[in-house]
Design a protein around this ligand. Structure first.
Ligand SMILES: NC(=O)c1ccc[n+]([C@@H]2O[C@H](COP(=O)([O-])OP(=O)(O)OC[C@H]3O[C@@H](n4cnc5c(N)ncnc54)[C@H](OP(=O)(O)O)[C@@H]3O)[C@@H](O)[C@H]2O)c1
Length: 327
């Protein structure tokens, strides 16, 4: 029988609302507590989503004996401390991307979760959506042939001031950590760890990156061409190029809704991959499914891969010369 899990939400911003909305669609999830820096925000959030317990501190959520899984929806620079505190209080954790701001922090969290026997996962939500099974099947059944090249971009313009987390160095802002993490994570999913990383970045007035172009080389001879920006616009799609065909992942790579498969000289085969609700419920259900099985990591988003993604982003940040105030 499926167990019901009590969730605690950390932070009452945009993504915490979306994630909570997704949890409300799942039979096995109960949103039990919310924590905010501000009492009023916690109360409003709790009223809106019918959450029984509203706390004016994050620590109260970690220390609530009824809470079993904590979701971290705070800006990047707080992830390390928030995850550490939740794990130390004995909670299972799913944390928004990127897991931390650098690999050193990620390594500490991975060791802590394993040492305590608690579940930890970076919230790479697109891996749990329906499109991935379609692409995986095309790769596994040989339709793509040998994968030689991967292309992906995720770029949006943000109509916000310099204090917003996308531009704010104090919140570990920048296009790379916020947006680039998605193309990099997809490249990791399809091609593994790059052997060589080259990048070219543009920095904005606040001192963080607002455009990053990346080329990765792999030991297999494959290459990846990745981009992210908060100053240009893009199709936000991805393509996988193989010896027998190529695959286009349509729509934004954070929530693709259609896959096209092309062979030389043939018409495209299009496969719709719609998702229900707002798309965040897949990763939430995946966490609970793993806990039900007694696992402390999810094979679709293993901690070793989150660590490699952080190592890759550390190298790119070193190339652009960006060090955050918290480092
Ligand atoms: N998976 C996705 O699709 C997706 C989409 C957007 C963002 N994200 C990720 O989610 C995280 C949060 O992004 P968001 O867009 O939800 O941000 P947001 O709307 O600014 O919310 C962040 C929340 O964190 C808390 N916080 C604590 N200290 C803060 C500080 N000094 N400044 C601002 N907020 C602070 C606040 O909650 P309280 O005041 O209640 O404590 C705030 O509401 C980031 O890691 C981001 O990369 C993921």
């Amino acid at each position: 029988m499926k167990k019901t899990y009590n969730w605690g939400i950390i932070g009452t911003g945009r993504i915490s609302n979306l994630f909570t909305e997704a949890l409300t669609t799942l039979d096995s999830a109960k949103v039990y507590a919310v924590g905010s820096r501000a009492e009023g925000s916690a109360r409003n959030f709790a009223e809106h989503w019918a959450v029984p317990r509203a706390y004016s501190s994050y620590a109260d959520v970690y220390n609530d004996q009824e809470v079993e899984i904590v979701y971290i929806g705070t800006p990047h620079n707080f992830h390390f401390q928030n995850v550490k505190d939740a794990l130390n209080a004995g909670k299972h954790v799913i944390c928004e991307k990127p897991l931390t701001i650098n690999a050193q922090q990620a390594r500490i969290l991975v060791d802590l979760a394993r040492q305590k026997g608690l579940f930890l996962m970076e919230a790479m939500w697109n891996r749990f959506q329906p499109w991935y099974a379609v692409v995986k099947e095309l790769i596994d059944n040989g339709s793509l042939g040998q994968l030689h090249h991967f292309k992906a971009d995720l770029s949006f313009r943000f109509d916000v001031g310099p204090e917003h987390r996308i531009f704010n160095p104090n919140l570990a802002g920048g296009a790379l950590l916020d947006l680039g993490v998605y193309p990099i994570a997809l490249a990791a999913l399809f091609l593994g760890k790059p052997a060589e990383i080259m990048s070219s970045s543009h920095m904005c007035e606040t001192g963080v990156d607002d455009q990053v172009t990346m080329i990765f080389n792999y030991a297999s001879g494959a290459t990846a061409d990745l981009g992210c920006s908060s100053r240009y616009l893009s199709k936000n799609n991805a393509t996988l190029h193989g010896t027998k065909g190529f695959i286009e992942i349509h729509g934004m790579i954070i929530r693709p809704e259609k896959i096209s498969y092309y062979q030389q000289g043939e018409n495209a085969i299009n496969i719709e991959t719609p998702y229900i609700s707002n798309g965040y419920q897949y990763e939430a259900q995946a966490v609970m499914d793993m806990l039900q099985e007694g696992a402390i990591e999810h094979p679709a988003m293993p901690l070793s891969e989150s660590l490699e993604i952080m190592e890759t982003m550390d190298i790119i940040r070193a190339q652009m010369g960006l060090v955050y105030p918290d480092e």
